[in-house]
Write a protein that binds this ligand. Sequence first.
Ligand SMILES: Cc1cc2nc3c(=O)[nH]c(=O)nc-3n(C[C@H](O)[C@H](O)[C@H](O)COP(=O)(O)OP(=O)(O)OC[C@H]3O[C@@H](n4cnc5c(N)ncnc54)[C@H](O)[C@@H]3O)c2cc1C
Length: 379
Amino acid sequence: MNDFQKELVAALRKFCRENIEPHMEHDDHEGKFRMEIFQGLGEYGVAGVTLPTEFGGAGLTYSDYCLILEEIAKYSVPYAVTVSVSGMVQTIIKEFGNKKQQEKFLPKLTSGEEIGAFALSESHSGSDAASLKTTARKTEGGYLLNGTKMWITSGGIAKTYIVMARTGGEGAKGVSAFIVRDGDKGFTFGKAEKKMGWKTSPTRELVFENCFVPDENLLLAEGKGFSVAMGGLDRGRVAIAAIGVGCAQRALDESIKYALTRQQFKQPIFNFQGLQFMLSDMATETEASRLLVQAAARSIDNDATDSKLCSMAKLKATDTAMAVTTDAVQVLGGVGYTSEYPVERFMRDAKVLQIVEGTNQIQRVVIARHLRKENEQHA
Ligand SMILES: Cc1cc2nc3c(=O)[nH]c(=O)nc-3n(C[C@H](O)[C@H](O)[C@H](O)COP(=O)(O)OP(=O)(O)OC[C@H]3O[C@@H](n4cnc5c(N)ncnc54)[C@H](O)[C@@H]3O)c2cc1C
């Protein structure tokens, strides 16, 4: 980290310790999201980290952003996820939106006044996202959306939704992307999912019944929706990877602290080589993940986004988060399995990191596709 990043992270740590940490055990139990925490993060300038200042963003690099997400995730994976999905929506509007759309929707998102959500998945189309069935039929002055989106992060608390719907034939080329707002006629929220983790991050169904979306809310052009969605995903994957690093680091920190103080057989359990090896592996995997995340983030900062590296970072960091949080529960023994210590929460929060933004099997599919392409070129 450079000096600026160290200062940034130290200030954010103070904010998270004072404003997030005290609520997390209670809110995880109650499934409660606090808008004031998100807006507080916004006032801190971390709701629109990478967006240019002309849109109200902080104009920082993707590397800075990953360190910010890592730090928030050490206190709350769900709040880090809320920031990251809203950030992905901002990136999409900045990259693919026209000037009018940028001016209309970005400032409230970058300031943290509002939250953004990304709606691609449906009950029958998860990994095979291009087979989505929600339709957008052309009508005078706009489109009528019909269908249901599943598992949408921040559903119900977000105001601005990027919704992918079918305007053409089968496959990716028939998909278009729209900006839809909470309150638009014909747009309602379906069931709220009951989940293993991410309890403070609402996950809802979005229901569209003849929902009118004006022409001016179409992103880019008809048939470009899948490119829009995929354009956001490379960055989204690195963001989820950074959150995985934060999740793993917190579990590691808790494990070391506990192992140094917990006495068994008249000595700290840290003295036992069996645990030392576990802690060393946890630390090494976490650091390796962080380096991969930073390498992927640098490729984005250099305008040379390396999709293979983005997928590798997501795969490695989220598998590491799962492994390290599971080991943390083991290091803490019986209390690790109870909510007296936060490691069981981080273990539950880690699991879905391996599923969202493309499952880790899909990351391997993407990596293999690159390997084939690179080697066919060299053959
Ligand atoms: C808490 C939560 C939040 C979410 N937030 C959002 C959101 O904000 N926006 C959104 O659009 N979606 C969101 N999702 C949906 C998420 O992106 C999907 O769940 C994910 O893409 C996987 O799709 P699926 O659940 O339909 O699983 P499936 O695609 O049915 O996959 C089931 C299993 O098969 C494997 N599999 C599938 N295809 C292949 C293949 N080709 N090769 C090898 N293995 C394969 C998968 O890896 C997985 O293990 C969220 C999900 C959850 C649980």
